[in-house]
Design a protein around this ligand. Sequence first.
Ligand code: HEC
Length: 240
Amino acid sequence: MKKPLLIVAAFFAVLFSCTHDAVNPSNPTSSSTGNTSGSTSGTGTGTGSGNGTNAICFQTDVLPLFQTYCASAGCHDAATAREELVLTSYANIMRGISANKPNSSKYYQVIADGSMPPRNSPKLSSAQIATIANWIKAGATNNTCVVATCDTTKTTYTNGVSQIFATYCNGCHGLAPGSGNVVLSDYASAKAAGVGMKINFLNAINYTSATPAMNMPQSGKLSDCQITQITKWINSGCPQ
Ligand code: HEC
């Protein structure tokens, strides 16, 4: 009696939590080489980006933003694929990006004009939006940076930890009540989670949770350095 009702309710909850105007990918069935219209360089071979000290790195600076803010459960993740968009890989993200041209990049524009993430979902900060714009201007390559910008001595909330949360967590834990009732975007809430669910929190970021779905972020483990920063922060009582 009750179960079908619950399933129907859950279905609508998911539907309405993430329904929004269609954002049609320019060519959803194109091959994984991405959107080549108007772009002179192929993927991964853009000139002038990737090696400079201030280069924006797709793998560490841009991909986590899409995974955190766009690929939440029920939205553009692999399981749901709203509007047939799965924003979890370079190839898929490139379907809505024109290298060198942020203003002709659909996936940039909907973020920049505030329509994505939709309604009450946590939005990207202006600095994060600028990061995506600059990555596109530099050729939108699938680059990885050799030198990771991570420092194991930065272990307070304001200096180190909140920056990790902003990039990797706040798309789901940025607004109350937050996924799993965990909010990490302000100090008091983050401390409450770090102190109140210390063991679960450490298990989540170390990928040692008894339930794999509780490993955070679900899109992939943080770097060892980032895990060390958060672990030190939690073990020292979550200093501000
Ligand atoms: C794409 C969405 C998403 C992202 C990104 C994400 N989380 Fe979560 N998180 C969830 C969901 C959903 C739950 C609740 C899971 C459940 O209850 O089954 C959760 C639960 C948690 C919990 C509670 C675990 C427990 O055992 O109760 C912690 C702690 C947590 N997340 C920390 C983080 C941290 C730290 C990050 C970033 C490094 C992060 N999450 C990134 C969606 C996300």
